[in-house]
Design a protein around this ligand. Structure first.
Ligand SMILES: NC(=O)c1ccc[n+]([C@@H]2O[C@H](COP(=O)([O-])OP(=O)(O)OC[C@H]3O[C@@H](n4cnc5c(N)ncnc54)[C@H](OP(=O)(O)O)[C@@H]3O)[C@@H](O)[C@H]2O)c1
Length: 256
């Protein structure tokens, strides 16, 4: 029988790489996508050692529409039709009060929203034609509300969460599952710029185990670390004045 297979964007490092290794341990075939091909070559070797039967990679910037589609098409072909796709590639950035405010916000929205949705929509068509598959997107707890110091990032993740939610309902009758992956604070290069204390900071391999089990189990919502299962809806319910006071204090602590 053909092995299950997954294409992961942003697989050269962090959560994407850790998920690729976890899928490999489960015997899935893997398609890796990111810009740094020298890292992808190393991840490929690690995935093969971890148990993946076949591993392919493509170097592409997800915001380069043609290159991204070509890379997805190539990986999908090599995998004989990927069982799952995870839009994971993402960047962060602090809200700026300077002249770079717009360029920085635009780049975050470009990579985290437009490119993620582009990947999901492109793979959706292939899965619709096959009548099966799982689409997943890596959002964030930051998408729960507008977050101080990270306006564009929080906006990007709220947009992705909402897009995935709509897709989930639309695609259910077509046999396609949609999984929203919601990391809290995970130790990767993305969080190294936080000099303060990050609540419930989780190691990336532990987080990947939770997220991969969410994708394999086709769960609508996969959130880690566990305390955020309760904290996320509580943040959404906080009255505005409490939210402002709590979040400005929390983000001062996180940023250090
Ligand atoms: N770490 C956390 O605490 C946390 C919390 C909430 C959500 N998340 C989300 O989790 C996802 C992964 O984050 P991470 O923490 O693993 O970050 P990371 O360690 O910085 O890894 C980011 C990955 O995305 C890729 N990437 C970035 N821009 C890209 C582009 N334009 N084209 C192609 N690939 C690109 C990078 O590869 P190349 O540089 O090689 O292209 C890298 O593989 C992101 O969507 C992030 O927003 C993370």
């Amino acid at each position: 029988m053909k092995a299950e297979s997954v294409i992961i964007t942003g697989a050269s490092d962090g959560i994407g790489k850790a998920m690729a290794l976890e899928f490999s341990r489960k015997g899935w075939a893997i398609g890796l996508l990111a810009r740094r091909t020298e890292l992808l070559e190393k991840v490929r070797e690690e995935c093969l050692q971890a148990g993946a039967p076949r591993v392919f990679y493509r170097g592409a910037d997800v915001s380069d529409e043609n290159a991204f589609e070509k890379a997805l098409d190539g990986l999908d072909l090599e995998l004989d039709g990927a069982t799952a796709f995870i839009a994971n590639a993402g960047i962060t950035g602090r809200s700026s009060l300077g002249p770079d405010a717009w360029t920085s916000a635009k780049r975050i929205l470009e990579v985290n929203v437009l490119s993620a949705i582009h990947g999901l929509e492109h793979m959706k068509l292939k899965m619709l034609a096959r009548g099966r598959g799982t689409l997943a997107g890596v959002s964030s707890i930051a998408g729960a509300r507008g977050m101080p110091t990270s306006g564009a990032y929080a906006t990007s993740k709220a947009a992705l969460t909402n897009h995935l939610e709509g897709l989930r309902v639309d695609l259910k009758p077509h046999g396609i599952s949609v999984v929203t992956i919601v990391p809290g604070f995970i130790r990767t290069s993305l969080t190294t710029h936080n000099k303060g204390k990050m609540p419930f900071l989780m190691e990336v391999d532990d987080a990947a185990r939770v997220f991969v089990s969410g994708v394999v189990g086709k769960r609508a919502w996969s959130i880690a670390p566990a305390p955020f299962r309760i904290i996320y809806p509580l943040i959404q319910m906080l009255p505005r004045s409490w939210f402002d006071a709590l979040m400005s204090r929390m983000y001062r602590t996180i940023r250090g």
